[in-house]
Design a binder for this molecule. Sequence first.
Ligand code: FES
Length: 248
Amino acid sequence: TMQEERVKILSNTNIAKDTWRMELSADMAKDMKPGQFVNIKIDGFMLRRPISISSVEDHKFVIVYKVVGDGTKKLSMMHANHYLDVFGPLGSSYPLHEEEDEILIIGGGVGVPPLYELAKQYRRMNKKVYVVLGFNDADSVFYEEEFKALGCDVSVATMDGSYGIKGTVIDAIKEKDIKADFTCSCGPRAMLKAVEEKYTRGYMSFEARMACGIGACMACVAKDKKEENMYHRICKEGPVFPIGKVEY
Ligand code: FES
């Protein structure tokens, strides 16, 4: 049910260092699932930008994105009431596991946003949700309060120790002695590798560099972890995979 739609910007706010939150009004919101992304056309740029969906309401959705280049810089300068050409929703989502009582959600930096909708849906199912967020420094921290407001047990780690627990998300899990072992994570490769060394149950998502975003160009492929010569497109079969499925 992916579609192209002209969607209206409702707000666009700077929430942390180089990090922006944009609220959009769109019919396609009704089809969105946690972990999926949209492809946004930015005037003057040929390639659309893949940006993960952070939360969904009836006819609205939110994206949280990082300004990393000219395209996202331009996106950050767009105001409410302007329109964007958006294609989506795209990719796989985090399957919801009704049988799990405790969910451990692990997010690193720009990997944090898609986990918010997931946490929201597990909380709606009355699950105990632990959220561990990792950032580089205090200025980069976002969404701690938002996860707390959902009723999640939230821990924050920063690499330089300027906020929360000093170190990685794994350090924070140790320090907080979190025992839950069904994990849903999203973040940089190094973080996913560390999660994979410790946990075998759950799902992970990696924000790959994508080109077409719709499965046509093979720019985003990841190797299968077990089968030789088998590849998966992060944009199409992913971005969410079971732990141990792909080589991150
Ligand atoms: Fe083109 Fe994934 S970005 S196939």
